[in-house]
Design a protein around this ligand. Structure first.
Ligand code: GDP
Length: 200
């Protein structure tokens, strides 16, 4: 994908603010600090369109980016803040679930997990939630450059078994752009099938 044009459209705090023009949308979700902003910046070939989180916030806001006037990225807020109460955690999960269930033009959810660690309890919960809703998914194992080449496959297998998932897991580095093309290939195919469905 050649990203010719990208703009930050809005930060939406409620569904009534979600863009309504039906462009295919890709949602990015993951624990705070997993590398989501860095991945977005790398995919969009912009240095800092998505904020790299020096200031972790807990705002329940979805940031929408419009790309080439053809599709959107929806940056969902990071989960897993240690200071959040159990009740807040559950409310946050429901809020995310609401978006995934209600968002009609959602083409795929990209679930990010850190390749270095065993997925957290919350990673597993969110993955289950996504599987329950039944939306197309891709798991991105971030920070691939931080482990040796020989450790990549075992880490992918560990992530698959912890998440109990058959979803494709792509090891990616925002730092050296490893496998960024593979992510785009998946998104490109989705955009194509989305537009051919729309013209049927
Ligand atoms: P977010 O909270 O999920 O948006 O995470 P950020 O994108 O802010 O990244 C968190 C930290 O991980 C920052 O210090 C990034 O520089 C670092 N980071 C993110 N992606 C990568 C990567 O692919 N490789 C390496 N080595 N560091 C990364």
């Amino acid at each position: 994908m050649i990203v010719k044009q990208v703009s930050f459209e809005l930060g939406a705090v409620r569904p009534s603010q979600w863009p309504r023009d039906g462009l295919p949308e890709f949602a990015f979700i993951g624990r705070s600090n997993v590398g989501k902003s860095s991945l977005l910046n790398r995919l969009l070939q912009r240095k800092s369109i998505a904020r790299v989180s020096q200031h972790p916030g807990k705002t329940q806001q979805i940031n929408f980016y419009r790309i080439n006037d053809a599709f959107r990225f929806a940056d969902l807020p990071g989960y897993g803040y240690a200071t959040v109460s159990k009740l807040q955690r559950a409310a946050f999960q429901r809020w995310i679930k609401g978006y995934i269930e209600l968002r009609e033009p959602l083409a795929r959810v990209l679930h990010l997990v850190d390749i270095r660690h065993e997925p957290s309890k919350e990673d597993v919960q969110y993955h289950q939630l996504l599987q329950e809703v039944g939306c197309p998914m891709l798991v991105i194992a971030t920070k691939q450059d931080k482990i040796s080449k020989s450790a990549i496959q075992p880490s992918i297998q560990r992530i698959a078994s912890c998440l109990q998932t058959g979803v494709t897991i792509v090891p990616v580095s925002a730092t050296n752009a490893q496998n960024i093309d593979s992510v785009w290939s998946v998104l490109d195919a989705d955009i194509l099938s989305f537009s051919s469905d729309a013209s049927d």
